[in-house]
Design a protein around this ligand. Structure first.
Ligand code: PGA
Length: 252
């Protein structure tokens, strides 16, 4: 089964609308001739509408960084899937470790968010990953198993095949400390084995991304691993040339 690699930039809380427009004006010409890779930007809510408009007809998909699981209601400060669809947004990252750590995102809420996104035909990128202490304690697989199993529990096999999972060891996020290719491959293969425990056919279709200090200089080796189908890129996605370098490495 050949899976088309996905390179997704995660801007986190960076870039005004003007900054975002400047980015795509520089980035789109760089990636125009790039075939065999899917490209996405996970942007702040405020930039989503303008970005969707300025990338229409291009190969760049625009995603949010979070979505609420409910259809509507008294959830001050939250954004629903319908609101994302209203802007023609393509999907959303969910369960990023920063949201788990600072905003109390739970595995149970993520299971609901996955269902909400899939029912709305939006692409979910579910993030999972262990902390430094958990890796040191030999708990990496137990943590990944708990996070993956809980999130995908309500999905049918057909729904499972449509998700993307990003393995992001917390100790490698924004630290410049990238996982070794062996560590990244091993963890991504383990994530896939958990998907396969639910539905083997679907697991072969799911893109499993690696995230954590991915740069143009280390992307090639990571992306060459059999179970790494792309990257979720934070810091290096803020510069058009860096994100292009990573995307080019995915098809090299
Ligand atoms: P980083 O962030 O590339 O800056 O390490 C990755 C992420 O948090 O998605």
């Amino acid at each position: 089964m050949s899976r088309i690699p996905l390179i997704a930039g995660n801007w986190k809380m960076h870039k005004t609308v003007e900054d975002a427009e400047d980015f795509v004006a520089a980035f789109l010409p760089l990636v125009q001739g790039l075939e065999g890779v899917e490209l996405a930007l996970c942007a702040p809510f405020t930039a989503l509408g303008p970005l969707v408009d300025s990338t229409r007809g291009s190969k760049l998909q625009i995603l949010a960084q979070n979505v609420h699981q409910a259809g509507s209601g008294a959830f001050t400060g939250e954004i629903s899937a319908v609101m994302l669809l209203d802007l023609d947004v393509h999907g959303s990252v969910i369960g990023h470790s920063e949201r788990r750590q600072f905003f109390g995102e739970t595995d149970e809420a993520l299971a609901e968010k996955l269902v909400t996104l899939l029912q709305s035909d939006l692409l979910p990128i579910l993030c999972v990953g262990e902390s430094d202490e958990q890796r040191e304690a030999g708990e990496t697989e137990a943590v990944l198993q708990r996070q993956v199993d809980a999130a995908i529990a309500p999905l049918t096999g057909e729904q499972l095949a449509k998700i993307v999972v990003a393995y992001e060891p917390i100790w490698a996020i924004g630290t410049g400390k990238v996982a070794t290719t062996e560590q990244a491959q091993e963890a991504c293969a383990f994530v896939r084995s958990r998907l396969a425990a639910k539905d083997a056919g679907a697991a072969e279709q799911v893109r499993v991304l690696y995230g954590g200090s991915v740069k143009p200089s280390n992307a090639g080796e990571l992306l060459a691993q059999p179970d790494i189908d792309g990257a979720l890129v934070g810091g290096a996605s803020l510069e058009p040339t860096d994100l292009h370098g990573i995307a080019a490495a995915a098809v090299a």
